[in-house]
Design a protein. Sequence first.
Length: 278
Amino acid sequence: MDKHSHQSIYAAIAASTIVSLLGTYFMVQLPKIEEMGGRANYKIYQDMISNPKYAENLKNSLESNAKVMNGEQPTAPSNNDQPAAEPKATGSLSQDDIAGILKNTYLKGDKDASIIWIEYSDLECPFCKRLHDSGAIKNLEAKYGDKMAFAFKHYPLPFHPTAMPAAQAAECVAETGGGSKYFAFIESIFAKGTPSQDVINAAVKEVGLNADTVKKCVDSGKFKSRVDAHMSEGSSKFGVNGTPGNVLINTKTGKYEVVSGAQPEANFDAAIVRLMAE
């Protein structure tokens, strides 16, 4: 048997082992996932792994790794290989719906803005971090001024173990420091990376609050129900099932568009233009 054949066998064994380990890992973690996020979050996980695209992406990744192990160059994806953008979700809300969504919500910008951008987000999510790092939100806030306001709502995914405590920490920060410190804390977390307890403590101190006080608040669980309500709202009203889930709402007409993921700034801008033309 030649060297190439040996490498092929090793690659196949490696791929099979990875799949087996992933399966074992998730079987072990499922009870923890349910405990951390409840049945609603667990369903998000189930939907994700049952999606044919998830299996296809995993298969492609394993095949690419097998090529590398065989000494081959993996095929670089062309533009045509990129997943097609999902159709935009659109709809209409009543003024009562909008009032309910904005109740107990911290807004950055004018409360009477004609456009509200709501991000359903996860403080451990790399794509959420990418959106904030891109500057798209700040750039469009500057462009539209008092015509647009921004809201950050929580959608901690069950396979991100630090996302739920970080979300509750943000609410605890806001309880003491108000909306300005809420948004400063969120930006600090995204700037620092995965929100371990040390990172959360550092972000709390950075916004001028006491880390021990915030941790006691998180440990009490007093804001978990609010975080759960954010998730339920995002899923039930707008079909959010991943992060960042962005909803842009014309508060005057009630029309809205869902822009899923960390998309280019131009895509959010185009949605705002469409909504303002309603």
